[in-house]
Ligand binder design. Sequence first.
Ligand SMILES: Cc1cc2nc3c(=O)[nH]c(=O)nc-3n(C[C@H](O)[C@H](O)[C@H](O)COP(=O)(O)OP(=O)(O)OC[C@H]3O[C@@H](n4cnc5c(N)ncnc54)[C@H](O)[C@@H]3O)c2cc1C
Length: 260
Amino acid sequence: MDVIVCIKQVPSTNEVRINPETNTIIREGVEAIINPFDMYALEEGLRVRDRMGGKVTVLSMGIPSVAELLREAISLGADEAILLSDKAFAGSDTLATSYALSMGIRKIGKYDLIICGKQATDGDTAQVGPSLAEKLGIPHTTYVRKIEAMEEGYIRCQRLTDDGYEVVEMILPALITVVKEINEPRLPSLKGMMRSKKAVITTWNAEDINANKDLCGLKGSPTQVIKTFTPVHDIKSEIIEGTPAEQAKKLADKLLSLKF
Ligand SMILES: Cc1cc2nc3c(=O)[nH]c(=O)nc-3n(C[C@H](O)[C@H](O)[C@H](O)COP(=O)(O)OP(=O)(O)OC[C@H]3O[C@@H](n4cnc5c(N)ncnc54)[C@H](O)[C@@H]3O)c2cc1C
């Protein structure tokens, strides 16, 4: 089984700072890490390979320094790493990001399963996985918490829902996005760390992947950030005391006295 794991570089904090003038993320001075959900995606890819053979390729679109994070993925056990990096990709929204990734994957050629994290901790949209699957014309399932069964051309997985889980069957190749309940990511091994030092990180630009530059980066991004702001939480709350029956009565009285 050949697995492709999509990995995004994110700031090591959830407190993403935005430049109010350009409305872009301020990346300077913030440590970069692999998106935490992508660590679970990588672990699941490694487990599939360890069970069934094949290889794990990690793929990222980002600035040249993302190569160091791909090296980290190799130290954890990934077989190959590919970075899509080009000025033409700068300012991509989710549509342009999934377009570039889909063109990179078309160039990779053969694969059985693509694994993404459920969402990135900075952009947070959770759109790239499903959008990528649509661009490649393959089925997908989001919020996967367990791969129940997998064989040539077939996968059955559990998809986390608000009140339990659904069992979804798909034909391969397919894409899944994973939640943290799926596994416990491993630590790098000494052998892996040695291998990662020497590993070649393949870098492809827009031309290498035959991408139409009009569909990349800012040019290919139909969404634009018009304004960013921190929401103000100014709703006053009140604790209703008493026995459950008293609380219910007081609440009912309050609701009945409200004028709309
Ligand atoms: C309207 C809008 C405008 C934006 N403008 C800017 C901007 O000006 N500058 C800026 O820096 N960012 C901008 N962004 C953020 C940027 O578009 C997103 O970071 C990017 O498209 C990925 O979306 P996400 O972070 O929501 O990822 P999600 O969809 O939440 O990520 C899900 C999964 O997809 C995969 N994935 C996502 N991105 C990548 C990647 N690059 N490489 C490999 N795998 C990936 C990972 O597996 C990840 O776990 C903008 C986003 C939006 C919605």
